[in-house]
Design a protein around this ligand. Structure first.
Ligand code: ZN
Length: 408
């Protein structure tokens, strides 16, 4: 990859993704295989006036060994210093930049139940600490090509060629082939237009139909808005882009009101494994029946992760013609794959999409029908002939999607 292009990407991550402000702290989370990009991102953060930029490194190999060798209780132990670190961050509110280049198969061979047990124990301790800074800080996640990930995506290519191809796809879908800063300004404007149109319609429910068998109805929450593109922090009012790339308009549906069946249109990569050709049937908002040609047991385990993992947390609309889908690549990474097509997510909803959410406690927000769970897993249901018809709260039918793309 040309250094000049990589620097352009680093600038996009720091300036548009995190929108680092003068005097702010930054924490970059990255895999050890990304030293060069991380250094460029760091340089861009300092150029923007960052006070101090620190890096938390991870690695596929050591993560796997840790999960294999350490015991559940020891893995789930949160010593005082880790709590102190979270509390310190809650006062400093650093910008979090996640560079994702992990091997999608990184945890293959690790007992899935063990991973689930650990996160079930850690979640209740870490959740309130994270809730404290929720919506008050900027964060962004962007991908980076690595040998293990690239070989997974381009299995037939030699390693070097695969890495190059994945970089090309990442930079293309992140709009780095043009002036990324200008392109993202326009892109954010277009996304905002669509989410405004959806909000103005004041929709009661959506009906999905597709020739693959999808026949599904989901009710929306009157108190919850649609959002797209960037977000604005509470208090400091800084606009940032949490996902690079992003193509979706999304909302949290009302918990307990979804009926019918959806068929997946792309494999779901979950905990390092692929769940393929699956369907999920909903009754009273709950996933009551699942089938999968591959890894059905894992899908069942996923929806049984906790008591609300079987309810929906997200409904997202993405045209079938999105740049990600145009590459024709399965990235084995949600950041990209979720932006390829319309999707749903099981698990946690977005409390920050409730109108005036800052006036309520988290419990109050969940009581309004926004699902709460330790998981949030997106899966694709968008197809070339997907039709979505919305019904407004005053009973009008509006075609939202036709043949897989926007109709409004
Ligand atoms: Zn989404």
């Amino acid at each position: 990859m040309k250094k000049s292009v990589l620097k352009k990407y680093a600038r996009l991550i720091a300036e548009v993704g995190g929108n680092v402000q003068k005097g702010q702290d930054v924490v970059i989370f990255a895999n050890v295989n990304q030293e060069l990009l991380v250094n460029y991102v760091m340089e861009e953060c300092y150029k923007l006036g960052a006070r101090i930029v620190t890096v938390e490194w991870s690695s596929d190999l050591t993560a796997k060994t840790t999960y294999k060798k350490a015991k559940v209780n020891d893995l789930a132990e949160i010593p005082e210093w880790r709590i102190a670190k979270e509390k310190y961050r809650n006062t400093r509110l650093p910008v979090f930049i996640f560079i994702d280049s992990d091997d999608p198969d990184g945890l293959k061979g690790v007992n899935q139940k063990k991973i689930a047990q650990v996160s079930r124990k850690v979640y209740p301790i870490m959740k309130p600490l994270r809730d404290e800074r929720d919506n008050k800080y900027q964060w962004t996640i962007a991908g980076a090509s690595s040998p293990a990930w690239a070989k997974k995506v381009f299995q037939d290519l030699p390693k070097r060629k695969a890495v190059e191809k994945l970089w090309e796809a990442i930079l293309y879908t992140s709009r780095c082939n043009e002036d990324p800063i200008k392109a993202w300004k326009e892109h954010n404007d277009t996304l905002a237009k669509h989410s405004k149109a959806l909000n103005d319609l004041n929709l009661d429910y959506l009906e999905y139909k597709s020739s693959n068998g999808t026949d599904f109805k989901v009710w929306l929450n009157e108190k919850v808005i649609w959002e797209a593109g960037g977000e604005t922090t509470l208090g400091s009012n800084i606009y940032f882009n949490p996902n690079i790339p992003t193509e979706e308009c999304f909302t949290s549906p009302i918990k307990g009101k979804a009926e019918g069946i959806v068929f997946s249109t792309k494999p779901l990569s979950y905990n390092g494994q692929l769940i393929e050709n699956f369907s999920i049937r909903f009754k009273d908002g709950k996933a009551v029946e699942v089938h999968a040609e591959k890894n059905e047991a894992l899908l069942k385990e996923m929806i049984a992760m906790d008591e609300n993992a079987c309810y929906l947390g997200e409904v997202a609309l993405v045209p079938f013609t999105s740049p990600i889908n145009q590459t024709g690549i399965l990235f084995y990474n949600t950041l990209y794959d979720e932006n390829a097509a319309c999707h749903l997510a099981l698990g946690a909803g977005f409390t920050n999409l409730v109108k005036d959410y800052e006036k309520y406690t988290n419990d109050e927000l969940h009581a309004m029908g926004v699902n709460d769970s330790s998981i949030h897993v997106d899966f694709m249901i968008g197809s070339k002939d997907l039709s979505i018809v919305g019904t407004t709260r005053d009973g009008k039918k509006v075609q939202i999607f036709k043949d897989g793309v926007w109709a409004i």
